[in-house]
Design a protein around this ligand. Structure first.
Ligand SMILES: Cc1ncc(COP(=O)(O)O)c(C=O)c1O
Length: 466
């Protein structure tokens, strides 16, 4: 049978049949099949346009999570699809180890021109986990090539998420990736520093600045405790998405930079979610005026129109890999420099620039935080935070203990379901995420905030908290 295509399926399929086939054959990441079934799922989406998605039955939803925090230019951009089509029908693939293609070259040049300072060498991957994996290996081999084989340790932060491959999993401590099952990961070589989250400071401070300073000092303490010449790199998201948009006080990143310089430790900024305009700057690290040694990106580089990631190194890091076979980086992915990925990335960045989406993220991000602010009156709203269009509402049982609301069984599901039935798709865990495409309008934000408020009120009524 030949490929039938969407048009045929939309005409001939039934929702029930598709659901049954999905439950029989699709393995849903991070999910239990029974949970999906219980929620009358899976939700089958068939069409995207701007900030909205449509399901098989024609119901429309705000995509308040931008897919998985990546659809920066919005859904339905035929311009990007056409760029990919042109490339696929001209030359769909080349061996990326020995050769390259024009879109790959042009995307590398474009990314290098956008990233701060001399972050100039772009190592392409097909996603964020591979980008992080590459960064960790790059940091290790950089030291190795310089004769510092003993620099094998990494410092990450508590609660962070950097991906699912065994290497990137090693620097995770987010609960949902079940780190304990896979230990030992990359040895006992990863140490976790506190998060500079002012609402629940992992350090000792009460204000954002005090918290930032104490958390940065904790990184230095770990380096000293482990022995500075054993530490390869510190990896951190400039604004931590996995804990619901942790915006550190202004001291944090400049201090991390100084500490890493002092001890010869490589500083890796994970911009997989932060990058390409999400936080109101092209890269979130720009909010802090710091240049990392290595930056990882993915998601927003193509807004999801093709699977692309990259690990971008400063000139001095790349120089450390020159000089014969023994210094070569023995690392690469079959789909690492896919020409169609290059085409999608270039067309996507062109839209981000032409439509001023970075500025829109800054302006409408401030508007979103303003609109969310009154929700603070609700007994379950502990904190509202974010930067640009990376925003979160942290939900708690009570404001004194700050115990998370989702420790009450069933709350996450009920809230997600309520938002969904009111036409909004997003993630509701310890916090409720509001991370829409960057071409969102004020009216979209007003509508989304109304749905969020309804969802919170609904849960409070269900729990007799009002
Ligand atoms: C900060 C960060 N790093 C890395 C990753 C892994 O990216 P991917 O899912 O593309 O492998 C993610 C995914 O959400 C992420 O948020």
């Amino acid at each position: 049978m030949s490929y039938q295509g969407l048009t045929t399926w939309l005409e001939t399929e039934t929702y029930e049949n598709l659901k049954t086939e999905a439950m029989d054959h699709v393995w849903f990441p991070f999910q239990q099949w029974d949970d999906i079934k219980e929620q009358d799922g899976p939700l089958i989406l068939v069409e995207g346009n701007g900030v909205k998605l449509k399901d098989f039955e024609g119901k429309e939803y705000f995509d308040a999570f931008a897919g998985l925090a990546l659809v920066n230019v919005g859904h339905g951009r035929t311009e990007i699809a056409n760029a990919v089509y042109d490339q696929l029908t001209t030359m769909h693939y080349n061996n990326p180890f020995a050769y390259t293609s024009i879109p790959t070259i042009k995307l590398a040049k474009k990314v290098a021109s956008l990233t701060p300072s001399d972050l100039n060498k772009v190592f392409f991957t097909s996603g964020g986990s591979e980008a992080v994996e590459t960064a960790l290996k790059m940091a290790r081999q950089y030291h190795y090539n310089r004769g510092e084989k003993q620099r094998t340790k990494f410092i990450a932060r508590k609660g962070s998420y950097h991906g699912v491959s065994l290497g990137s999993q090693s620097v995770n401590s987010s609960t949902w990736t079940r780190r304990e099952i896979f230990e030992p990961l990359i040895g006992d070589n990863v140490l976790f520093a506190p998060q500079p989250l002012p609402y629940r400071c992992g350090g000792t401070g009460k204000t954002p600045s005090e918290c930032a300073i104490s958390c940065a000092n904790a990184v230095e303490e770990i380096i000293l405790q482990e022995g500075p010449d054993t530490v390869a790199a510190v990896i951190a998201e400039p604004i931590t998405a996995s804990l619901g948009a942790v915006v550190p006080g202004p001291e944090y990143w400049p201090m991390l930079r100084d500490i890493c310089d002092k001890y010869g430790v490589i500083l890796i900024a994970d911009e997989v979610i932060n990058g390409f305009g999400r936080t109101g700057k092209m890269f979130a690290i720009e909010h802090f005026g710091v240049v990392p040694d290595i930056m990882t990106v993915a998601k927003g580089i193509t807004s999801g129109y093709q699977p692309v990631g990259a690990c971008i190194a400063r000139d001095y890091i790349a120089e450390g890999f020159r000089g014969g076979k023994e210094n070569t980086f023995g690392h690469g992915f079959t789909y690492g420099c896919h020409p169609a990925g290059g085409a999608a990335g270039l067309a996507n960045i062109e839209i981000i620039e032409r439509e001023n989406l970075v500025e829109n993220a800054a302006t409408l991000g401030s508007y979103l935080l303003e609109k969310l602010a009154p929700l603070k009156e609700h007994p379950t709203v502990g904190d509202i935070r974010g930067k640009g269009l990376l925003c979160a509402v942290e939900l708690v049982k009570d404001k004194q203990s700050k115990e998370n609301l989702n420790t009450i069984p069933g709350v996450e599901k009920k809230l997600t379901q309520r938002l969904k039935s009111n036409g909004m798709l997003t993630r509701a865990t310890t916090f409720l995420t509001v991370v829409p495409p960057l071409n969102v309008t004020k009216q979209d934000i007003d509508d989304m905030v109304d749905i969020v408020e309804d969802g919170i009120s609904f849960i409070e009524r269900e729990l007799n908290l009002t």
